[in-house]
Design a protein around this ligand. Structure first.
Ligand SMILES: Cc1ncc(COP(=O)(O)O)c(C=O)c1O
Length: 371
């Protein structure tokens, strides 16, 4: 059996380091907002080349608190994409604001930047691009548009730890989360940088936003028993932070392994009418997922299952057709690319510890598929 994802293999490799990190927390016995969270925030900000980082209890909360810190309120509209994971949109709803959806492009499954302007109204306050599957969106035209209309940009980087985009005529690389007003990360266990439970992180270069985020994640607390706003309890815990510090050191190497696995897939898969992920020019794609597309998804997935190959669908229903978002009143056909992708995509096994022989075996089995 070749699993779609296997976290045990990674645990086996870093078991000792993790045990050391856990003991450190017990020895200190400070379990909430202690030295580990502080150190991880500093190290993660350093890794991204950004001024500030704030640990929170999930990627979903990171998005919600980012929108709050940017002043998003009821009656506001926030533009995001019609295809992806529902958590990207939930934060907008938590603020009481209205998500306004835009179709994605078939090339990289990210928001179609050319369709954003049409969705802007007098109520639009922000754009929330999602760097899906490990590849960044087309940020330069998106940021230009945001500047022109005075909109905040909140980046969903839940699937893009280590992803980069080349800017300034190729002279500079920018990391996901550092180009907009706030970047939001998830440390859900299966992510490229995953905790052993829930966790998330916000990053920003804006001091005022940073200070607001510190208050929002900790009840609105200014001093021990002094509260200046109605905040939330959304803190990253010390155990998760300690283990994430261990894993952050391995992140680049793990991402390289994902890229090597992607290269092997690209070289090995020779099946007609099967679309492999495309890397846009000037992107460092970190392959959180290796998502392929075919109109024969059901048949191909079933065939692979019988061959002992695990696959998954990310994601089978676009946001506008989810029951939870029926209130937005979008109809089937509203976002044709999102709907097509939802019908056709599925993910092949992808994690850093996947062996070359396993990838070759997946390619071989795929190539033998009879339509
Ligand atoms: C694109 C995207 N955004 C947001 C989230 C939410 O993150 P979390 O599960 O940490 O709340 C996820 C993940 O699970 C995600 O994939």
């Amino acid at each position: 059996m070749i699993p779609a994802m296997d976290l045990k293999r990674q645990y086996g490799q870093i078991k000792k380091e993790l045990a050391g990190a856990i003991s450190r927390v017990f020895a200190c016995s400070n379990y909430v907002l202690g030295e580990e969270v502080k150190s991880l925030e500093k190290e993660f900000a350093g890794y991204l080349g950004v001024k500030y980082a704030v640990g929170v209890n999930s990627g979903t909360d990171a998005l919600f608190l980012a929108l709050k810190a940017c002043g998003i309120d009821k009656n506001d509209e926030v533009i995001t994409c019609a295809f992806g994971y529902i958590a990207s949109v939930l934060g907008i709803s938590y603020c009481g604001a209205k998500p306004v959806l835009v179709d994605v492009n078939i090339r990289d499954f990210n928001i179609d930047v050319t369709k954003i302007e049409k969705a802007i109204t007098s109520r639009t306050k922000a754009i929330l691009p999602v760097h899906l599957y490990g590849q960044m969106c087309d940020m330069i035209p998106l940021l230009r548009l945001a500047k022109r209309y005075n909109l905040k940009v909140i980046e969903d980087c839940a699937q893009a730890h280590g992803a980069k985009i080349r800017i300034s005529n190729g002279k500079k690389w920018c990391m996901a989360g550092t180009m907009g007003d706030v970047g939001c990360y998830s440390f859900y266990p299966t992510k490229n940088l995953g905790a052993y439970g829930d966790g998330g992180m916000l990053v920003t270069n804006n001091k005022q936003t940073y200070q607001q985020l510190l208050l929002l994640r900790d009840y609105g607390r200014k001093d021990r028993y002094e509260f200046v706003l109605k905040g939330y309890n959304s803190r990253l815990d010390e155990f998760q932070a300690a283990m994430l510090r261990v894993k952050l050191k391995h992140l680049d190497q793990w991402n390289k392994k994902r890229q090597q696995a992607a290269l092997l897939y690209h070289q090995g898969i020779k099946l007609d009418n099967l679309f492999l992920p495309l890397e846009s020019l000037g992107r460092n794609h970190v392959y959180h997922l290796f998502v392929i597309r075919t109109p024969q998804r059901k048949k191909l997935q079933e065939y692979l299952r019988k061959q002992g190959i695990g696959t998954a669908i990310h994601y089978p229903i676009p946001i506008h057709l989810q029951e939870a978002y029926r209130d937005l009143r979008y109809k089937e056909g509203a976002f044709p690319i999102a709907e097509q992708i939802a019908r056709e995509v599925f993910s092949l096994p992808m994690f850093p510890e996947l062996k070359s022989a396993e990838i070759k075996s997946v390619c071989q089995k795929l190539n033998c598929f009879k339509r």
